[in-house]
Each structure stands twice: as C-alpha cells, then as structure tokens.
Design a protein around this ligand. Structure first.
Ligand SMILES: O=C(O)CCC(=O)C(=O)O
Ligand SMILES: [Fe+2]
Length: 386
C-alpha cells in the first residue's frame, strides 16, 4: 500500500458541469442587447449599490453590484429592476455569441422542464430544516460557533470533514423525486442533461425546480461552515451552486475517475441505498499548475460512504470514487462556488494558502534563502576575523 500511495496519480481532469452550473433569471426579463447601453468610464465612488443577492441571475450578483457604480448618473436613482435590465443588456452584449446562445438554450431547457414537470414530493422544494436534517446538524448550525461545528465533525484528513446530516426520510424523498423525474423524462422523450462531463447517470436538481431550496442549503448551512473551515478558497463568499445526484451500480456508472471539481467547496452526501464499494479516495489539494504533482502520505484518505452522512471538502482536493461493486449507490452533490474568489484568483500566482505544492515550494525557497544568508554571514565573519 505504502509504495502505491506515493505513486504519481494519473492527471486529474478538471471535472466541469456540462454548462449547468449557472443560475438563470425567470423567463420574463431578457432585454434586447441594444447598442445604446453605455457605462461611465470612472465609477461613482460615493454611490451605494443595491444588493442583487436574492435574485436568480445568469451572472454573479456581485458583478451587478460592482457594475452599478459605472451606470450613467441619471440611472443611479432608478429602481433596482431598471438598473438590472440595463446592466444585463450590457453583459449579454459582451458575452461571446456562443456563450450567449448557450445561456439562452439552457434557460429555455430549464424553463420547459419546470413548467411541465409535476413534482412528486412538493415538500422537497422549500427548505424545511427540521424535516431534512438530523437534530445534531441543525443544532450545530443554529449555535453557529466554531465549537458547535467541530462538535459534530470528524476531520478525517486535513481539510476533509465528515458528519451526519440528512434524515433517512429526506434521502428517500429525494431519491423518489429523482426517479420520478427520470421516468417523466423517459416518457416525454425529453433530452436530459447529465450532471457533468464524467457521469452518464444522475440528474441536475437545479434543472427541475430544486434550485431555490439548494440555494438556501448553501447560504444558510454550508456557507457558515465553509466560512470557518475554508476561508482560504472563498468559503465565506460562496454565491452560486451546481446541485445534482449521481448514481452508481448495475446498469449505472460504476466508478468515477480521478478529478478535481469545478467548485470551491463540495458537499457530497450519500443518499443510499444498499451497496458495497464506492469509496471516495482523496489525494490532496492542488492549484491548476500543480494538479499532477505527487501525493504526500498525509494527503491520502479512503472514505466509505454512509447513507445520510456528508463529506465536505475543497473542490480542488483531488479525488475519485472506486467501483460500486454491488447494489445501488446514489449521492447528492452540491458544488459551491465563489465568484469573488474566482475573480481574485485571476490576479494571483501564489496559492500557498491552500495548494500544498505551492506551500512546499514557498517553504523550500525560504529555506534556501535562509541558507544563503547564513553562508554569507559566515563568510563575512571569517573575512573580518582574518
Ligand atoms: O461518487 C462520489 O461520491 C463522488 C462524486 C464526485 O466526486 C463528484 O460528483 O464530483
Ligand atoms: Fe468530485
């Protein structure tokens, strides 16, 4: 085992949602991207922009708040909706054609599903915390302290937290809803979008109406925890999600290859049912530059899923799932993203606060420079003595 653990893993592909991770406006507001939409060259520094956090938008709410300062002065006192439509016009005008078409198609796809699909369990579609979560999880979140979070969590390996989270009844309801959705898709011959580029089975929960509930899950439950445990990867500014269910077993996907998620923080909860195999394996957190670097022994974790139990980890912690060798396994995944973190990342080159390899390189540079300085001082001492 020891030798295999130190082998370099095959390069993890960046695992992305098939364009499904974006959040859309409801059908009404698709403004024509007209050429007269203009922005100011310099922002109005004393303007206090509106918050767009409560809206479902295809661009980040933060982007709208920042852009607001660049609106023509006469617009600053207009209604939030008027400003929003104006800014959308501009943003869409600048989105490349391909991207614009893709956004539009996804929006229509989702809208078509939501207006035709009849949910089986309506109580799933709004957050009922006491019905969804086990009491220990709920109490830890309500207490909202580092100690309360730590009291329910096991840090199975640095930065990988496991805890009991979902009630069996919730897991059953969600599974039956996904099953109902898949049957409907099959019956109506609707083309279903799979959760991402690596799974052939499973469904995107955001596509058939669960987006608001999952947004609440991220904002009220996962972000408070991430703020404490993952501040280095934007844990306190998570502002969008991609929520889906993956399924493994006979006639389903068998395993999931080595990868990193398109997320800052990933919540992975086992929904059931009975299965063997399917362990998650982790190999340490890396930035894009170091995604193929070798694994250190303390970064290795093999974790066996338990129904109702969650694993919370940085999306950049390289991982995969072993073959589910018998039975049937389904997991709920919530990829949580931070647009602020992604924006800042564009201007950075040193990720030593979260990438283990950047950290090692930085330490090594420091060690070398200390050694050189010591040698220099020693030389001076010898010279002055002679
Ligand atoms: O099957 C699992 O538990 C892992 C799923 C996963 O890593 C993912 O969907 O990103
Ligand atoms: Fe993953």
């Amino acid at each position: 085992m020891g030798r295999r653990q130190h082998q370099r893993p095959p390069p993890p592909p960046s695992y992305s949602s098939a364009g499904n991770g974006v959040i859309f406006l409801p059908t009404n507001g698709m403004p024509a991207a007209t050429a007269h939409h203009r922005l100011r060259l310099n922002p109005s520094a004393d303007h206090n922009p509106d918050s767009y956090d409560d809206l479902q938008l295809e661009f980040s709410p933060l982007l709208y708040s920042s852009l607001e300062r660049y609106l023509p002065p006469a617009m600053l006192s207009m209604s939030r909706d008027a400003k929003l439509q104006y800014m959308r016009g501009i943003l869409l005008r600048y989105a490349p054609d391909g991207e614009r078409n893709r956004l539009q198609m996804l929006r229509e796809y989702k809208q078509k599903i939501i207006s035709n699909y009849q949910p089986l369990n309506r109580e799933l579609y709004t957050m009922h915390a006491t019905n969804f979560f086990v009491p220990s999880f709920l109490k830890a979140i309500n207490d909202n302290t580092v100690e309360s979070f730590k009291s329910i969590m096991t840090e199975s390996s640095p930065g990988i937290y496991t805890f009991e989270m979902l009630q069996p009844h919730f897991c059953e309801m969600l599974l039956s809803e996904v099953d109902n959705f898949e049957r409907w898709v099959h019956k109506k011959k609707v083309r279903i979008m799979r959760p991402n580029t690596m799974n052939n089975y499973g469904a995107v929960l955001d596509d058939f109406g669960l987006e608001n509930m999952l947004d609440k899950l991220m904002n009220d439950f996962i972000r408070p925890i991430s703020r404490v445990f993952f501040p280095d990867v934007g844990g306190s500014t998570l502002d969008s999600h991609h929520g889906f269910v993956v399924e493994y077993g006979t006639h389903r996907d068998v395993e999931l290859g080595f990868h990193v998620d398109d997320s800052e923080v990933t919540l992975n909860v086992c929904l059931g049912k009975e299965f063997s195999g399917g362990e998650l394996f982790f190999r340490g957190v890396r930035c894009d530059n170091h995604v193929n670097s070798e694994t250190k022994s303390d970064e290795i974790l093999d974790y066996s899923h338990v129904p109702g139990h969650a694993v919370l980890h940085r999306g950049r912690n390289r991982h995969g799932a072993r073959a589910t060798t018998s039975g049937w396994r389904a997991n709920l995944l919530l990829w949580c993203k931070s647009s602020a973190f992604r924006e800042l990342k564009k201007y950075q080159r040193d990720f030593s606060s979260w990438c283990a390899e950047c950290k090692r390189e930085k330490k090594e540079k420091l060690r070398l420079s200390v050694a050189v300085t010591k040698e220099e001082l020693l030389k001076r001492e010898v010279n002055s003595a002679s």
